[in-house]
Each structure stands twice: as structure tokens, then as C-alpha cells.
Design a protein around this ligand. Structure first.
Ligand code: F6P
Length: 571
């Protein structure tokens, strides 16, 4: 059950559904105005509930035949079988020969799951209990620094999945953060990052969490050393510790904890394994925010809210695992993405949260989707047979409206876009005065905000014809510039409020969408070999940058010239 599955990827392009979709796409004349006029129930038919998320797919460019063929495609590539293999802990991460079990991180503790001879549910529960106990200690003030002061600031040092998830979730759940606690996140090896984030900190009330799955990442370990150095220097300067080995060891013991799968390396760094939280190689970095990698978040929002966050993930897992494909939201959204990438020539996908607290969500999704599905070979090593991963990008509405929406509305490319909003804001403000016009005195500003959400998805879907422009009295020579073609696809996602559970549901939704696409394309969505070459070269090039002439001479002419220029410019 846990060995490498022998099954080869199905080549989706050879399936009957792929042939049908090719034909359907050739003949499809998107006509959202006409489709809604002919079928007033379209919105209702194409809206689905997944846990707390209401998802309206009706403004997408598909008709019933396309939908039926996409669902057939899912069957023909064996999506259900692959999904079940993932949940069961089979080694579907073939190139690393690993199980893929982020879903076990949020599985109820009374549902055992044995993988590779190990009860992973029990392991997860034990580690979570450790994280929660630590979180309580910090939150209650029981955990103190070298001077006996409680922690006020937590600095998470990590990069990629060891940063993007925690920072995204911390920002999203800011209203749940305990008063008097603050998290900061250092990720970049640009020394500016650590310098800026520590500049105004009191070392006696600061706790660093070094988060790294491998504990071998250059950026994170360099930043951890810089932070440790800063801590020692500033504690000595404040007279809080002796400038001695014992003083420094005491400072690390009380101001540093770690999260990693490599606890031996944590110890080598000087952090007591007692102060380290583990996870497992079956949790991919970009799938790890719900593991101990989320320790900073667990401290900030507390164990109860963190447990709700995990519950949200699990609710979406159950929806994905048990709902028939016709109303299975991750399946439908994943198949739609395949439709756009492979049949409608879409190269990118926008994610546009109408929730300021989700401002890091698109960046988080970039790693999730692009590190997962940016592949050119399938899981058996053969070349892919179609285009794969699209570029994900986005910014919160309404900011994006005043920046790049022009291209989405009137550009030459198809850009499917997901609009995400919550009905109840964390900060419900009213505009007491209004503007004397459209904005009434006492207007609910969140309502105004979401009016933009509804307006944008409407404008993208239905556009504005030349006749409608003319009817506004626009001069004939300006009419074409003011026409909106419409038929620009969007998915609308509405949740009651941005609670920890809803955030978990959203993240799990996109995890599973990514999975669905990967299965259709026959790729291993859980490896990331494409990040390795650059890392290796950086280490080889570093001596040349530092002045080693032999290392410089070993570089290609362009790189050598650039390094030489850098060295000349560097004061
Ligand atoms: O280089 C990419 C990557 O391996 C990501 O997959 C991962 O999230 C990130 O680096 C950080 O890795 P680690 O948690 O091991 O430091």
C-alpha cells in the first residue's frame, strides 16, 4: 500500500474527453449574456457550497457539454483513484518516494491512519500538543527571556513554505492575535530584511522561531545566525547577559526555538531539541502551514483558534474526498483551470481577494500552485503532453482595479480570475457623512467595498456593447475604445467571515485544485527539483563574488562580466 504506485500517468491528451474538449472549444462561442438569458437558473445550477464557502462558477466560459466532458476527463485520468491514494498515504510523490499527507495534519485525532508502519494521526496529535503547550506558555507569560520578561515579539525566520503560509495566515487572522503580541517574519537573505525587522526590537522580549523543513536552507540559516548575533550583541549591550559562552547559550535557550524535520541539525545550531517542534517528510513545505511550521500563528492566535483553522482544512478535505464530482468544488475549479490552460490558451490566473486581510494570499498561492505544477515531465519521467502550470498572480481588490484590471477587462488575453470576499468584515465601519451623492450618510463601507466585487465580476462577464456605448452619447470615433467585450471568466467565492476555519477551508480548496490539475497533467505536484540548480550555482558563485579570481574565471562570459561589474561598483 505504501510503495511507489506502479500505475503510469494516463496521457490526458489521448482520452476521449480530451478529443471532445478540443472540438467543443473550436466551436464554442462564449456568450454569457445569451447563456444567462436562455437559462435564468444558470447561477443557481452552477453555484456550490463547500463547507462555509459559497462558490459561483456560472460566470465561467463553459456550457453543459464542456462541463460533462471535463467530468469525463476526470474519470479517464483516474482522479478519484489518485485522490484516494493521496489520502491513504501511498507514495504518490514518486520522484522523492514519499507519501503526501498534509491532509493527516488536520485529521481528527480519533481517526488513526497507519502509513509506512506508523500511526501518523497519533504522531500529529503528539506534536500538536507540544506546539499548543508552548503557545500557552508564551501567551501566559510563563515563557520568559533572560531577564524574566515575557515575550512580546515573535520573529519567524523561514522562507518559501516556512514563511509564506505563516505570514499569510497571521495577516489574515490579525483580529484574532492576542493583545500585546506581535509576529514579524524574516525571509530574504537580503540583509535589509533582518536589519529592518530587528531594528526597533527589545531583545529581552523577543523570541525567534527558526522554521525550516530541511534546516539546510542558506537564507534561513544565514538569517538565523544574523539574528542570534543581534540577540547576543544587544543583550550584552543592555547588560542582560554576560559576554560569555554560558551567557550566549542561555540567550539561545530562552530566545530561540525551531521547527524542522531535521532535529539533529537544529541541535547542531545550538537549539535544544526540547525547544524544537517536528514534522515529517510527507508534509511538503508549501503544504505545511498547518503543521508545526504554523507555530508562530498558534502562539499569536492561540490553540483554540489554531484548532479551528485545522478544522476548516479538514472540512474542505472531506468535501473533496466525499462529494460527487458534479458538485465537488476543488474538482470543478481544477478542471476549469485545465479547460482554460489547455483549451482556451490562458497563460495566467488572477486571484483577487476583496479582503485586505488576505493581501498575502496571492503570494502564498504562487508557491502552492507554481512550485507544484510548474513541471515539464510527468511522474514517470516522460515529457508532459500538454501545457502545465499557469502563472498565478493577484492583489486585493479594490487596489487592483486601479492598477491592472484594465488588462483583464480589455486586453487581448483570457485571464480567468477568482474573486474572494467575506460578508462580515472584521472592522465594520460606516461613512457617517457620505459624499452627498451615491454614498449615503451612514453607508456601510464594507457594502461599498463589495459593490465593487459584484460590479467587476458583472462587467467582466457581460461587458458593454458598442450600441450601449453609443446610447450614452459617446462620439463615434471613441466608441470602440469604450466597448467591453465581456465573456471574461470569473469565479466568485463568498464566505460568511474570515474566521480561522474559513481561512483553512480556502487554503485547502486551493491545495486540492492544484492536485486536480496535477493529476490531469500526470505530473508530480509534490516535488520541486526546479529550485535546485540555482541554489547550487549560488554556492559555487559566492566565492567569485567575494573575490576568488579562479572561481570568477570559471564563469561564463556574461556572468563573469556581471560579477566583475558588481565588484567594481561595490564600495
Ligand atoms: O527552495 C524551495 C524550497 O525547498 C521550498 O519548497 C520550501 O518551502 C523552501 O525552500 C524552504 O525550505 P525549508 O523549509 O527546508 O527551509
Amino acid at each position: 500500500m505504501t510503495s511507489v504506485p506502479a500505475r503510469l500517468p494516463v496521457d490526458a491528451t489521448t482520452t476521449s474527453a480530451w478529443g471532445s474538449l478540443t472540438e467543443l472549444s473550436k466551436n464554442l462561442q462564449p456568450d454569457l449574456r445569451g447563456w444567462f438569458a436562455a437559462d435564468p437558473a444558470r447561477a443557481q445550477r452552477m453555484s456550490h457550497q463547500a463547507a462555509d464557502l459559497h462558490v459561483d462558477l456560472s460566470k465561467n466560459l463553459l456550457d453543459d457539454e464542456v462541463l460533462a466532458s471535463l467530468l469525463t476527463l476526470a474519470e479517464e485520468v483516474g482522479l478519484a483513484e489518485r485522490r484516494d491514494a493521496m489520502f491513504a498515504g501511498e507514495h504518490i510523490n514518486v520522484t522523492e518516494d514519499r507519501a503526501v499527507l498534509h491532509t493527516a495534519l488536520r485529521r481528527p485525532s480519533d481517526e488513526p491512519l497507519t502509513v509506512d508502519g506508523q500511526d501518523v494521526t497519533a504522531d500529529v496529535a503528539d506534536e500538536l500538543a507540544k506546539v499548543y503547550a508552548f503557545a500557552e506558555k508564551v501567551r501566559s507569560g510563563e515563557w520568559t527571556g533572560v531577564t524574566g520578561e515575557p515575550v512580546r515579539t515573535i520573529v519567524n525566520i523561514g522562507i518559501g513554505g516556512s514563511d509564506l503560509g505563516p505570514v499569510m495566515a497571521y495577516e489574515a487572522l490579525e483580529p484574532y492575535v492576542a493583545a500585546g503580541l506581535e509576529c514579524r517574519f524574516v525571509s530574504n537573505i537580503d540583509p535589509t530584511d533582518v536589519a529592518q525587522k530587528t531594528a526597533d526590537l527589545d531583545p529581552t522580549t523577543t523570541l525567534f522561531i527558526v522554521a525550516s523543513k530541511t534546516f539546510g536552507t542558506l537564507e534561513t540559516l544565514t538569517n538565523a545566525r544574523l539574528a542570534r548575533d543581534w540577540l547576543w550583541r544587544s543583550l550584552v549591550a543592555a547588560g542582560a547577559i554576560e559576554d560569555s559562552e554560558e551567557g550566549r547559550a542561555d540567550a539561545v535557550a530562552k530566545h530561540f526555538v525551531a521547527v524542522s524535520t531535521a532535529l539533529d541539525k537544529v541541535e547542531a545550531f545550538g537549539i535544544d531539541p526540547e525547544n524544537a517542534f517536528g514534522f515529517w517528510d510527507w508534509v511538503g513545505g508549501r503544504y505545511s502551514v498547518d503543521s508545526a511550521i504554523g507555530t508562530s500563528l498558534a502562539v499569536a492566535i492561540g490553540p483554540d483558534a489554531f484548532a479551528e483553522f485545522l478544522g476548516g482544512f479538514h472540512a474542505m478535505d472531506e468535501h473533496f474526498r466525499t462529494t460527487s464530482f458534479e458538485s465537488n468544488v476543488p474538482v470543478l475549479m481544477g478542471l476549469l483551470n485545465v479547460w482554460y490552460v489547455n483549451f482556451r490558451d490562458a497563460h495566467t490566473h488572477a486571484v483577487l481577494p476583496y479582503a485586505q486581510q488576505l493581501h498575502r494570499f496571492p503570494a502564498y498561492l504562487q508557491q502552492l500552485t507554481m512550485e507544484s505544477n510548474g513541471k515539464s515531465v510527468r511522474w514517470d519521467g516522460t515529457p508532459v503532453t500538454s501545457d502545465t502550470g499557469e502563472v498565478f498572480w493577484g492583489e486585493p481588490g479594490t487596489n487592483g482595479q486601479h492598477a491592472f484590471y484594465q488588462l483583464i477587462h480589455q486586453g487581448t488575453r483570457t485571464i480567468p480570475a477568482d474573486f474572494i470576499a467575506v460578508a462580515n468584515p472584521a472592522y465594520p465601519l460606516a461613512d457617517a457623512v457620505g459624499d452627498g451623492g451615491a454614498v449615503a450618510a451612514g453607508a456601510d463601507v464594507h457594502g461599498l467595498f463589495l459593490a465593487n466585487f459584484f460590479a467587476q465580476t458583472k462587467a467582466l462577464a457581460f461587458g458593454k456593447t458598442a450600441d450601449e456605448v453609443r446610447a450614452e452619447g459617446v462620439a463615434e470615433d471613441l466608441v470602440s475604445a469604450k466597448v467591453f467585450s465581456g465573456n471574461r471568466p470569473t469565479t466568485s467565492i463568498l464566505a460568511p467571515a474570515l474566521t480561522p476555519a474559513v481561512l483553512g477551508q480556502l487554503v485547502a480548496l486551493y491545495e486540492h485544485i492544484t492536485f486536480v490539475q496535477g493529476v490531469v497533467w500526470g505530473i508530480d505536484s509534490f516535488d520541486q527539483w526546479g529550485v535546485e540548480l540555482g541554489k547550487k550555482l549560488a554556492l559555487e558563485i559566492a566565492p567569485a563574488v567575494a573575490g576568488d579570481e579562479a572561481a570568477l574565471a570559471a564563469q561564463d562570459p556574461s556572468t563573469a562580466a556581471l560579477i566583475t561589474k558588481y565588484r567594481a561598483l561595490r564600495a
